[in-house]
Ligand binder design. Sequence first.
Ligand code: HEM
Length: 423
Amino acid sequence: MVFWSWVANSYGGIARVPLKGRHVYLVSDPDLVYELLVTNRRRYRKNIRYKAAVDTFGEGVLLSEGDTWNRQRLMTQPAFKGQYVRAQVPAMAAITTRFLDVWAGAASNGRLTRDVEAEFLKLTQTLAGHYLMGPGFAAIDEPFHAAALAIKNNWPIPPRSVLALYKPKSKKRQTRLAAALGTADACIREYLDAQKKTDFADAGVLGLLVRKSREQGDEYDAKALRDQFMSLFFAGHETSAMTLTWAHYLLWKHGDARVNLKKEVDSVLGTRQPTAADLDRLTYTECVLNETLRLYSPIHSLSRVALEDDTIGGYTIPAGAMIYVSLYAIHRLPELWPDPDEFDPGRFLPERSEGRPRFAFIPFAAGHRNCIGATMAVSELKLVLALIAQRFNLDLARGHKVRTSAETTMRPRFGMRMTIQEA
Ligand code: HEM
């Protein structure tokens, strides 16, 4: 990531980087990103390396292309729009409160120490599972959680690492991945069998997909539901977990921001659980969230492949070329972000955002393949940040080393051990 930032700062908005006998084009100027992801989008597709992911997750909205993608996106999108998301806020609050009650129960003298990366993975999996499957997810939550972690840990190649293209596949990892996928699929079958008995009456996004298919005269088959669930679940939980992990690291480092956040939460919520209307009023919380997403964008880069010859910013991009958009680099361009490495949530206040190009901040990407779950993610993350600030202070455990690691998401290489103290 630091390398791409260096290339962007040294060579400008578009740069051709030789890499093991081929060229990768780095696009890092907001206007050129607009050309790539919006104006000329039809000349590109997601990187072919996503093929490994298709074998794992199937062809859901995350990975499909062309007409299949178009149909799936239209079907799925309503479940991630404002009103639908708002209706889920009470369930999100109840799940998060139960999760934090476990922290409170485990604390001795009001304190406990945990790797919060692992904790937030668990919480965001439960939140995503409930959102996608409805209350029936609870029956498979535990075994599915273990399988999902094993899938994540035995993933064949990190799809966002350019160098990983050249790494040999490990047989051991493939065997473990196959076993974990077997468990995950068995959990999903068990869930679908249970839902059939009630005709998917309260089955979250999957229930909606079943009803929409019927309106169009089709019956959603089990494989299609499985693929859609896997795609949305994996696209939707690790990103959120990493955001919460980095946000709490940053709040620990910047005590003033932690105090401001707590003040806002106390004045908007007191000790109540947040409603959707409350979330709209948590403006400083949203600034903290955005500043975290700027500095530690969980999806640190996007890659695309040119389907035909193209021109971006006046430069020729030959068919077959690989294009790389480093969100990490764009979010730290000094001409767009003064003191780019500083954590300064206030820079997202409206009066300090004037004149900033729209594509200077793209944690959820942009264009037709932007993040379908952005509205849900923002609501969920503000809600969790607020509920934690109400009850706890999180401090980095003494001696714990923090380093970034550019994997499928940007994660802390050694996890994030923190002391959780009741406020
Ligand atoms: C902080 C949280 C999140 C971040 C930072 C994030 C970021 C992104 C980014 C950058 C992309 C584009 C990837 C690419 O083009 O290679 C993307 C796509 C996607 N995201 Fe998210 N995401 C988040 C949460 C979610 C959630 C909660 C869901 C759903 C439950 C979700 C579902 C998806 C899907 C399905 C796509 C593919 C959309 C398509 O290709 O049409 N994401 N996300």
